[in-house]
Write a protein that binds this ligand. Structure first.
Ligand code: HPA
Length: 291
């Protein structure tokens, strides 16, 4: 099914603004990877240096505000699209775009606006997408600090960036080939469990009854983002995978965004190593299964 820009006009408008801001960048080809950074995750991927960092050579930085978008207002979220290159042996450097922070629907924006920067990059050219997010653990086996790979999602009642007759198939939202590549990076499968992401509107955390309901619906983790981006990528036919960092037990007493931020910060080295491994493994040479 071919993507129709009328399904997401905000993405089309943002694509025109981005193309004007970095003329020629996409004429040279698509990005090999786009990464959307979750709470406390996106900025360190770009800023950290040294052995445990992603190691991007930055080429362009575009403020979301320069694309006429709202500025992310939540602590731990950056405000840019950063374009860089990741050197690799035996091939051209990978072209990577990192969105360092999200504009969330719970900040008062429609999902179509929240997903506009992603829509822009998907429109201009993107081979693969990695979505990252902080999540609450519903499955009691998932401890704080665990990194998970999304297998599927539950977003029946949550937001979508699409409108009109966008009857997009969602049977492979998190691409099987990319997931297998992620599994291969973990020394032992219990280190990177595959989970179902349940969408919560937020900004309030979930009540124990809501967590129990999500559990009975088959969700292993809960978060306030990601799902509507995976749907948009499916509409564009771009293979996607997702990594979550469990920052707390869902529905626990005294939850705070501070805790989410502290836990993301602790895991930044482990996450960057995994992301780097994925990018280099599933680089430009192999082709993933189309969504
Ligand atoms: N619920 C929803 N979103 C979250 C949580 C949570 O417990 N933790 C981090 N993001």
């Amino acid at each position: 099914m071919k993507f129709d820009p009328n399904w997401h006009p905000e993405g089309a408008a943002c694509a025109a603004a981005l193309d004007k801001r970095i003329p020629g960048y996409f004429a040279a080809g698509p990005v090999d990877w786009m990464i959307v950074g979750g709470s406390g995750i996106g900025k360190p991927l770009v800023e950290d240096q040294g052995e445990h960092a992603l190691g991007l050579e930055i080429r362009e930085r575009v403020a979301l505000a320069d694309l006429e978008l709202p500025v992310p207002s939540v602590a731990g979220h950056g405000t840019e699209l950063v374009f860089g290159e990741l050197a690799r042996e035996g091939g051209a450097p990978l072209r990577v775009c990192v969105q360092t922070g999200r504009i969330h629907p719970y900040e008062g924006h429609p999902a179509s606006v929240s997903a506009a920067p992603l829509g822009a990059v998907l429109t201009l050219g993107c081979a693969r997408l990695l979505l990252t997010s902080a999540v609450g653990g519903i499955d009691p086996k998932l401890r704080t600090g665990a990194i998970v790979s999304y297998r599927d999602q539950f977003n029946l009642f949550g937001p979508t960036p699409l409108r009109g007759p966008a009857f997009v198939g969602c049977s492979n939202l998190y691409d099987r080939t990319l997931r297998a590549q992620l599994r291969a990076l973990a020394e032992d499968p219990s280190q990177l469990p595959e989970v179902v992401y349940g969408h919560a509107r937020g900004p309030q955390y979930e009540s124990p009854a809501e967590v129990a309901a999500l559990r009975s619906l088959g969700c292993d983790v809960v978060g306030m983002s990601t799902t509507y981006e995976a749907v948009l990528a499916a509409a564009h036919g771009v293979p996607t995978c997702g990594l979550g960092l469990v920052t707390n037990a869902a529905g626990a007493d005294d939850l705070s965004h501070e805790e989410v931020f502290v836990e993301s910060n602790k895991a930044r080295g482990r996450l960057a190593a995994l992301v780097r491994g994925l990018l280099l493994r599933a680089g430009a040479s192999e082709s993933p299964t189309p969504a």
